[in-house]
Design a protein around this ligand. Structure first.
Ligand SMILES: [Zn+2]
Ligand SMILES: [Zn+2]
Length: 195
């Protein structure tokens, strides 16, 4: 068990190192070829299925990505904007809801050993070497897509939720047990373990 844990830890740290060099072991479909990129501005449009990026089954819409890059001799500054979407579950009434996910981030690919230039501090910094031919932005896109989801996903701000007694969706119907509703002040007591 301990050996397995150490092994997994080692894989994780190797994955991190690989990521830092801009060459992730998992290849998504969101790969940008930078081997012959000339100095100056560049634009790329990419598309991938949510699964190819590693997003879970809630995401059903293709991931559209627009990348603006600015290359100088020491670094490539990239602004990544993307959109996808899917079917999510309301945290309160458990209804399925469709949601668009539209977000973006900035990343600076810096020649290994150089300090990034003209950064605001909100960018990711990733090291590349003169041998780096491609950068895979799939993992970054996956993480930013998940970050863009609200902490609580609601079908609407004032979603009435489900009756805790009979399970009626109060957005759609009323039920007769409303009067027996547990006083919210006592709700916490139910959580106390009985031992
Ligand atoms: Zn709801
Ligand atoms: Zn009820």
């Amino acid at each position: 068990m301990f050996a397995l844990f150490t092994f997994l830890e080692q894989i994780a740290s190797e994955a991190r190192v690989a990521n830092n060099l801009g060459v992730s072991t998992h290849v998504s479909e969101l790969v940008i070829n930078i081997s012959k990129l000339s100095l100056g501005g560049h634009q790329r449009s990419l598309e991938a299925s949510p699964a190819a990026v590693g997003l879970d089954a809630r995401f059903t819409k293709p991931v559209h990505v627009e990348v603006e890059m600015e290359k100088n001799p020491r670094q490539i500054y990239a602004r990544v904007e993307f959109e996808t979407g899917g079917k999510f579950m309301c945290d309160r009434c458990l209804d399925e809801i469709e949601r668009e996910v539209k977000t973006g981030y900035s990343v600076v690919y810096v020649m290994d050993g150089d300090a990034p230039e003209n950064v605001k501090g909100s960018e990711e910094i990733q090291a590349i070497t003169p041998d780096t031919n491609t950068v895979d932005i799939g993992e970054d896109v996956r993480q930013y897509a998940l970050l863009a989801l609200p902490f609580k996903i609601l079908c609407r701000e004032d979603c009435a939720g489900l009756c805790p007694t009979c399970g009626t969706n109060w957005n759609k119907a009323k039920c007769d047990c409303k009067d027996e509703e547990i006083d919210p002040r006592w709700e916490g007591l139910k959580q106390i373990p009985k031992n």
